[in-house]
Design a protein around this ligand. Structure first.
Ligand code: ATP
Length: 178
């Protein structure tokens, strides 16, 4: 999986457009500062899964002000994707725990919103499995920003990985790796 070269910009755009289609009641905006295209070393389905988890939460926890802002940027050698909502936010004492397995801030809500508290733990595990980072900033009652950061491949690294990829078997499906 580490050998897979993926254009982060393309995957973000695809997930973004799907969410726009699925949630016509929301306002989605996308800020894109990346040079095109920007390659990272992450299995494409894994990146897609992470983005879906973050976007899905942004929609789920911001039913009052239906707005989600996605931004793509780069900082030195890393590419960042951040997903911002303007919904219920997270209290400071719960911020560390949202990435834990089965943790939900409001347990009574589980039936109503259908989650089980696994999404963010999976997202964190996937991103860190590729030496990336996840972080969150939030303000209770005002909204949250979840961000992932991944190393941008240099041209040399990319060519090397593409050569390796060409000599290897096709990747396994997502559920075999979690
Ligand atoms: P699922 O397993 O379906 O993803 P979930 O949304 O409860 O269920 P996580 O994605 O792991 O699970 O999120 C854990 C908890 O973190 C949520 O229950 C919620 O309390 C809080 N949380 C996650 N994203 C946000 C957000 N954008 N705004 C406010 N709270 C959030």
């Amino acid at each position: 999986f580490r050998n897979q070269v993926t254009d982060i910009k393309m995957v973000v755009n695809q997930v973004f457009n799907n969410f726009k289609m699925i949630h016509p009641d929301f306002t989605f905006s996308l800020d894109d500062d990346l040079r095109k295209p920007t390659y990272v070393s992450m299995f494409r389905d894994h990146l897609e899964q992470v983005l879906i988890i973050l976007m899905d939460n942004a929609v789920k926890y911001s039913q009052t002000r239906k707005e989600v802002h996605v931004s793509l940027s780069e900082d030195g050698r890393n590419a960042q994707v951040s997903v911002q909502d303007f919904g219920e936010g997270i209290a400071p004492e719960n911020m560390d725990r949202v990435f834990n397995r089965f943790y939900r801030v409001d347990k009574a809500r589980s039936r109503e919103k259908g989650g089980n508290g696994l999404g963010l733990s999976i997202a964190k595990r996937l991103v860190e499995g590729y030496n990336g980072h996840v972080s969150v900033e939030s303000s209770l009652g005002h909204g949250s920003i979840f961000q992932i950061s991944l190393h941008i491949l240099t041209d040399q690294e990319r060519h090397h990985l593409e050569e390796l990829q060409a000599t290897q078997e096709p990747s396994k499906p997502l559920d075999e790796t979690l």
